[in-house]
Design a binder for this molecule. Sequence first.
Ligand code: AGP
Length: 602
Amino acid sequence: MCGIIGYIGDRPACEVIVKGLKRLEYRGYDSAGIVTEEGGRLYIKKGAGRIDELAEKLGFLEMPGKRGIGHTRWATHGVPNDSNAHPQTDCSGEIALVHNGIIENFAELRGELLGKGHTFKSDTDTETIAHLIEEELKSSSNFEEALRKALKRLKGSFALGIIYTGEPDRLYFVRNESPLVLGIGDGETFAASDIPAFLEYTNRVVFLDDGEYAVITMDSYVVKKLDTGEVVEKSVQEITWTLEMAEKAGYPHFMLKEIHEQPRAIKDAIHGNREIIRGIAEEIANYDRIIFVAMGTSYHAALVGKYLFQRLAKKVPIVEEASEFRYEFEDLIDDRTLVIAITQSGETADTLAAMKLAKKKGAKVLAVVNVVGSMATRIADLTLYTHAGPEIGVAATKTYTTQLTVLTMLAIELARIIGTASEEHLRRLEEELIRTPELVELALKHDGALRELAEALMDSRDFFYIGRGVGFPTALEGALKLKEISYIHAEGLSAGELKHGPLALIEDGVPVVAIAPSGKTFEKMVSNIEEAKARRAFVIALGDSKKLEKVADVFIQMPEVDELLTPIPYVVPLQLLAYHLAVLRGNDPDKPRNLAKSVTVE
Ligand code: AGP
């Protein structure tokens, strides 16, 4: 939530910052602001609204100076308006800062500072930090000391970018439970919440860890510990992502581009893990108490993981939303527990908290992550990367299918080690997994038909998605995609549950999307479709059997594949249907209302 970009170098800072903000807009987009400095004076422009509108209205690109910081906001404290937009300043106007996260004890600190005569201009928790540094400066020998003293008093999560007129050659960036990465250029230095913000200029990065801060100048950076001020040696990593990967490449939206990138992403996930999957599977094969933790779409991947582990490795994992796990499982984990955390961003606050709890209790933690170097990878004992490349659209698409790919590889390898499935079966599954990029290509061919379907259904008030077995998480994921970008109410259900209540909601013309691949439960799915049809539902069936053509109103022909692999191609038409419905209803699918790509607060 919220995006930060900072620059110090020889270019006009405002240009670098505006470009960076546009690339960070997926993190939050209810308001934005920039501070630059020239001649010992701070220039601040900020307001509620989207970056492009604000850049034009406020003249972001006319701001002077070669150092500055920008921010795009997803409101936590204080409604999105001009005064609550960041940067926030102290009373003197010499300190300006931007913030991503939540300061839990801000009310108490604000009360104390008001008592000392500070005046506040916003309702944000962020402004408190600027005044706190100002207050500490009165009794400190330099700004850095004041900064450290102030930050020690904060409770909560924060990534900060700070500029001070008294030190014209530097910027400060702080990380505590919210992401921050430095970009090391030639005679210029960057800092941002995420790499694409500065990838145009450099691919050399330094990841900050929790409890660290960086002092950057145009040609240097130093990282120190917040509590002691001790210097921390950091290595520079080279990122292989290209800028094109983080841009739209001719597609009208990132989401559509990312849906179409899935065949390539799945191939990369397979190739990227082929060599290491055996070693990881060996490390976890002996664990019998396995708990998957994740949120949102990653939680749906975890549910698919559960079916894969059950059917192939004969393990029965628990799947918990990370937000529930952290409060319910404290006494239920120990060093015989394996926790598998799935998170595309590697920054989801609840998932990180669950991982930390698991580590504290002695559990082994395996992370399945997309963003290289993200916090999850540093907490985990073991990491499997999904290699999907940057995903900018808020709705997860290619990161989901690559999570499924990696989990399938892991389940196959576990089954091989434990001996719970025949080698012939496992080989066949591996061959079919290698074919999934082609199957996704076939699923993408339904795009035109799905757009027409979306036109017919764009005024529907409710959608129901039903599935059984591995088709159940697919139903949940289809419903989530629809809700988050089209704002149509949708429910994902296990098809067996339909008769236990939800069937009462089915009336004339209500769309019911049935995930019905051939396999164990196909006939049962056909019965459920008929039950819905008998209540005059409008049934859209996804499957490989022609039988569906007769029972459903719309049949989406899917390629034949082992039932265990169906979650990968079957989600694709559901992503496209949600995308078209969102666009037809006038929504921006890349930036759905009220949501942000990474949920870095609880
Ligand atoms: C999915 O479309 C959502 N954007 C959301 O549910 C997301 O999957 C969830 O917030 C978890 O994110 P993570 O994978 O980065 O941890």
